[in-house]
Every structure is written in structure tokens, then in C-alpha cells.
Design a protein around this ligand. Structure first.
Ligand SMILES: Cc1cc2nc3c(=O)[nH]c(=O)nc-3n(C[C@H](O)[C@H](O)[C@H](O)COP(=O)(O)O)c2cc1C
Length: 354
């Protein structure tokens, strides 16, 4: 039952992930434990999978009390910066440009990352710059801190998820549900650098925009001019109104959370303050806000909402010589200090209140 639930769950989550960027799973497995984790992981998703294989076949890493495995790890520990310390692996020829998200699944050897996976990352870590990285480590019992450190040393510019998944002999039988939980912690969502500003009256919030063709078209329109629209409450879960323009859709079945920005039928922008499930397009999420703060911001009933881009805010228009003792809201109007707004400007600097 758990397995079915996990499969359903991973299907939903991982399809969501692939909609927001393609995922590559790379793994090394000597005795098959990591392979079974990866098999479970990819049961219901479209991720590409690459197995790392040592160039030299048939080595018994565990022979003579793990003598070979131990020697390989010692060589890397002694000289981690030189290519000769890493055992040769078979070529992988991965086009990293295709992927936004990479899952690295590896065994632990003598507290460190298994040597062949270290070889792969030593050769390819530089191509993973800016990618979202999730790490899965399998050991008998040893903790995985040194493996996490190895991964970060070898992929210094990777955007690692906060939680790595540790599967060991005690929790291995529970692998399916552990994977299901871990997947929800991944940061495999790509946001645009451009922030959206949402203004009602004299209050403004920032939102992060998902990088999809709908948000891109909205950003292109906002670059010409901000959009103001009339919005009303609907269904006790959203403030919705027509943007007066039609944008491309990327509809999928979504269960909303407070703060979600949803494009409905290509022209309506919905700001969600509660839960709803429907087939529509997620374009982003309001930053750092609780449900009650959001409800306060949106108020009851009809309102006029203005959306604009953070790069177009009037902050740059404030002359620095005059700005030292003045406070402004995000639209460049003088404001009280301390300001009630989420974002305000004082001394020429943009401040975001959390
Ligand atoms: C060379 C070598 C060294 C190992 N060192 C450790 C260790 O220090 N601590 C530990 O808990 N497990 C250790 N193990 C066990 C593996 O981490 C564990 O069995 C893992 O699940 C193997 O994954 P795999 O079956 O995909 O190869 C070692 C295994 C090998 C082959």
C-alpha cells in the first residue's frame, strides 16, 4: 500500500518537477543497494538515469578487509585536487545543458563518497554549476556528513537541497516512504531572477516567478508597463481578476497553497489565500508570507491590484543625496518610518521586512 502511495505521490511530484526542469539521476552501485533505491525513485518519472561504472571491471573492493576500497579512498583523501588520485571510470558523455536538476546517488565507503562517484564528480562537477542538486547516500550504518562534504567539494557551485537522504541497513526496508518524504524537500523549482511586485493601495509584496512560458510572457508585457486590474474574492480561496490580456498557459492539475499565483484561462490572475485543486497554470509564489498576513494584505471584497517588476520600481529614481533620512515605499512615494509595508526604501536602500 505504502508503495502504491509512494508511486502515486512520486508520479505527481516528479511530473511537477520535470514540468519545471529536466532531471538527471546519476548513481554508482557496487553491491546493488543504491541501484534499488534509484529503481524505486524512477518508477514513475521521466528522469534520465546514468550509471557510473569503474573503467576496471571485476575488482573486489571489499576483499582483504576492504583493502582496495580503502586504498582508493586514502589516495583521494591525501590528494583531492589532482586527477591521478581518482580511479578511472567509463566515459559518460552527458549533455548537462539539458538538465536543471541532478540527483546524485552513491554508496558510502570508509565514511567518504564511494571512489568511482568521486571520480565522476571530479570530472563533471564544473558542469553542474547553478543546477539543483539532491544527494542520496547508502551506507551500512556510518553517518553521511563526510559524503555531503565530498559532494560539496566536488560540485562547489551546485545548489544543494537542504536535506540529503540517508538510507542505511536499519531503514532500508522503509525506503519507499523515505524517498517519498525526501522528494518533497527538494528545491527543484526554477524561479526567474526577475521578481514580481504586487501592490494594493500603499502596500507592496514581492513574488518569485516560475520560469515558464506563461511567466515569461507576463514579464515581457510588464516590461512595457505595469498592469492594474480589478479583483474580487472567489470561493473563499482566491482574489481573482482579469489582466485584460491573454497569456500562454501551461495547465496542470494543481492543489494550491496560500501565496500561489495562478493564471486561469490565460487571462485571469488568481492570488490564492487558501486551498483549491484545479487544472491551471502556476506562475509563481508570494515570498515569505503567512496565510493571515496575506489575507490582511488582500483585504475583504473588491480591490485594485497593480503588478509590476522589481527592476522597474522607482527606487532608482530616488536621488542619493536627498535619500539619507527619507523613507519611501516601493513606488517611490514618501512613507512613514517604520513603514507598514513589506518593502520600503530608506537611505536609498531597498529593505524587505520579514
Ligand atoms: C569499500 C567499501 C567500504 C565501505 N565502508 C563503509 C563504512 O565505512 N561504513 C558503512 O556503514 N558502510 C560501509 N560500506 C558499506 C556500503 O556503504 C553499503 O553496503 C552501501 O549500501 C553499498 O551500496 P551499493 O550496494 O549500492 O554498492 C562499505 C562498502 C564498501 C564496498
Amino acid at each position: 500500500m505504502k508503495k502504491i502511495l509512494f508511486s502515486l505521490f512520486s508520479f505527481l511530484i516528479l511530473n511537477m518537477l520535470t514540468a519545471q526542469g529536466k532531471t538527471l539521476v546519476t548513481y554508482y552501485s557496487y553491491t546493488g543497494n543504491v541501484k534499488s533505491i534509484v529503481d524505486e525513485l524512477i518508477k514513475a518519472q521521466n528522469a534520465d538515469v546514468v550509471e557510473i561504472q569503474p573503467a576496471e571491471e571485476g575488482l573486489k573492493y571489499e576483499a582483504d578487509n576492504y583493502a582496495i576500497g580503502s586504498a582508493l579512498i586514502s589516495a583521494i583523501r591525501n590528494n583531492p585536487d589532482v586527477a591521478e588520485s581518482y580511479p578511472s571510470i567509463k566515459p559518460t558523455n552527458i549533455d548537462f545543458d539539458k538538465y536543471d536538476n541532478i540527483i546524485i546517488a552513491t554508496p558510502l565507503w570508509w565514511s567518504n563518497m564511494a571512489a568511482p562517484m568521486q571520480s565522476f564528480l571530479f570530472e563533471n562537477g564544473k558542469y553542474m554549476e547553478g543546477k539543483n542538486i539532491g544527494l542520496i547516500v547508502s551506507s551500512s550504518s556510518s553517518g553521511i556528513q563526510s559524503v555531503i562534504a565530498d559532494a560539496k567539494r566536488l560540485v562547489p557551485e551546485g545548489k544543494f537541497s537542504n536535506e540529503s537522504l540517508w538510507i542505511n541497513d536499519k531503514n532500508r526496508s522503509n525506503m519507499a516512504s523515505l524517498l517519498g518524504d525526501w522528494i518533497t524537500t527538494l528545491n527543484f523549482t526554477n524561479y526567474m531572477a526577475e521578481k514580481l511586485l504586487i501592490t494594493i493601495g500603499n502596500k507592496t509584496l514581492t513574488a518569485s516567478l516560475l520560469d515558464n512560458s506563461s511567466s515569461q510572457a507576463i514579464v515581457a508585457s510588464l516590461k512595457k508597463s505595469p498592469i492594474s486590474y480589478e479583483a474580487h474574492d472567489y470561493g473563499n480561496f482566491e482574489k481573482v481578476g482579469s489582466l485584460g490580456e491573454t497569456f500562454p498557459t501551461n495547465d496542470e492539475q494543481i492543489t494550491t497553497e496560500p501565496g500561489d499565483l495562478i493564471l486561469y484561462q490565460g487571462e485571469n490572475l488568481c492570488i490564492y489565500y487558501d486551498v483549491n485543486s484545479w487544472n491551471f497554470t502556476r506562475i509563481g509564489k508570494i515570498d515569505n508570507i503567512t496565510q493571515s498576513e496575506l489575507k490582511d494584505f488582500l483585504g475583504n471584497g473588491n480591490c485594485t491590484i497593480t503588478i509590476s517588476l522589481s527592476s522597474d520600481s522607482k527606487i532608482n529614481d530616488i536621488p542619493s543625496s536627498k535619500s539619507t533620512d527619507l523613507t519611501y515605499d516601493i513606488l517611490g512615494r514618501k512613507a512613514r518610518y517604520p513603514s507598514d509595508d513589506k518593502i520600503y526604501v530608506i537611505g536609498g536602500k531597498k529593505l524587505i521586512k520579514h
